[in-house]
Design a protein around this ligand. Structure first.
Ligand SMILES: Cc1ncc(COP(=O)(O)O)c(C=O)c1O
Length: 392
């Protein structure tokens, strides 16, 4: 018996939701959204309760990060990833994308090369080009239904003077949880070519059975000294809009320069709700998270089986982590316009289409399964009903 009710359907329309209100405005209110990577599930009840209390306090003046914030983050990193870090390594930054952009600004110059593995969540890649740096894409290899890093390709590209490797760990959208061996090889290349590692671990709390998340900075002191690890409760507890991320920087010089970047950008304290949300999530919600993981695992199994049964020409890339399903739809159409016609126009479902993860994502879609099962079911049934290869 579950203690928490993840089946509850809560409308987000009218809450300025990027995922729902954005869709309603551009495509109409008869659509179901499985797009933007947040959850259509409420945050843990204790967090909601504490935020209600905080709201009722009524004075929303300036806040800061104090020792309880740092202790909560330290305990979380220890419990979740067996990573024991001193308090001073932890730097508050509202959002991970800001942190990535700041590292790029602080540690590279315009025109410098920065590497990422594609297809990939574009805001991280865009942080490179928006800062007038050169994005070096190392395409992941798709072998027997699984994505792998092409280390030969990566090394060749590193030789172009790459200054930073942006690692998405686990990877969005392909759902890979990088193994220790893969991370060791990435670390070795970064040492060999003297590149900084920025590891975006925002999805690290959703790791599926048989896989294990390794924080790359844990592998060796040498790797730690060139790593910036970006963590956040945003995905895990559905707090994205509260804007709180924890950037862990073992090297003091890098850390001080990063902090200077924060100051230059005028970023210096969290919003009123951010710290309590993080503290309660990180300290009092382990049972909630355990049940959530179980629920999401059920959704992944449900969606994969449904697609296999009703749309057998599609191929679901088995996710090792994240609540995102990357689905190969090339059997239906290699052109995105055809997939959009089917899924958006006919089925009235909003998904994330592959080209929004870079050119090598075309022909794929990303489905966010972090929704009540009934919503997921209805969306999939609509997609299946409009399936162009349906046998009549
Ligand atoms: C890999 C990855 N990094 C970062 C983010 C966004 O993080 P933030 O809102 O803290 O900038 C997302 C959100 O989808 C993501 O998938």
């Amino acid at each position: 018996m579950m203690k928490y009710n993840f089946d509850e359907v809560v409308s987000r329309i009218g809450t300025n939701s990027a995922k729902w209100d954005g869709m309603v405005e551009s495509m109409g209110n008869d659509m179901i959204s499985l797009s933007v990577a947040d959850m259509d599930l409420k945050a843990p009840p204790i967090v909601v309760e504490k935020l209600e209390m905080a709201a009722r306090h009524g004075i929303y003046g300036y806040t800061d990060t104090f020792s309880s914030y740092f202790s909560a983050v330290q305990a979380w990193l220890g419990r979740s990833y067996h990573w024991h870090v001193p308090q001073e390594w932890i730097v508050f930054c509202p959002r991970i994308i800001q942190a990535v952009s700041l590292v790029i600004q602080q540690f590279t110059n315009e025109g410098d090369a920065i590497l990422i593995h594609t297809p990939v969540y574009q805001p991280v890649a865009k942080a490179v080009t928006l800062n007038n740096r050169v994005l070096i894409e190392s395409p992941l290899q798709f072998h027997h239904g699984r994505y792998e890093i092409d280390f030969e390709d990566m090394e060749q590209r590193m030789q172009q003077g790459v200054k930073i490797v942006l690692l998405i760990s686990p990877h969005n959208p392909v759902g890979r949880v990088w193994t220790k061996t893969e991370l060791e090889r990435i670390g070795a290349l970064c040492i060999k070519y003297d590149a900084l590692i920025v590891s975006d671990d925002i999805h690290a709390d959703f790791i599926h059975e048989g896989h294990e998340h390794t924080v790359i900075a844990k592998l060796s002191e040498e790797i730690a000294q060139r790593s910036v690890i970006c963590t956040s409760p945003g995905k895990t507890f559905n707090l994205a809009s509260l804007e709180i991320a924890n950037i862990i920087i073992p090297n003091e010089t890098i850390r001080e320069r990063f902090k200077q970047g924060l100051q230059q950008a005028g970023i210096h304290n969290p919003t009123f709700f951010a710290v309590p949300a993080l503290e309660w999530s990180y300290t009092a919600c382990d049972d909630w998270l355990e049940e959530l993981r179980e629920y999401l695992t059920g959704n992944i199994a449900y969606a994969s089986a449904f697609i296999h049964e009703h749309m057998p020409e599609l191929s679901v890339i088995k996710p090792e982590g994240t609540y995102l399903l990357w689905v190969d739809c090339r059997a239906v159409d290699t052109a995105e316009s055809g997939l959009k016609q089917w899924i958006e126009q006919t089925a009235r479902v909003s998904a994330s289409f592959g080209s929004s993860f870079g050119a090598d994502g075309e022909g794929f879609i990303r489905i966010n399964i972090a929704a009540p099962r009934s919503v997921l079911k209805e969306a999939l049934e609509r997609i299946a009903a409009a399936y162009p290869l349906k046998k009549t």
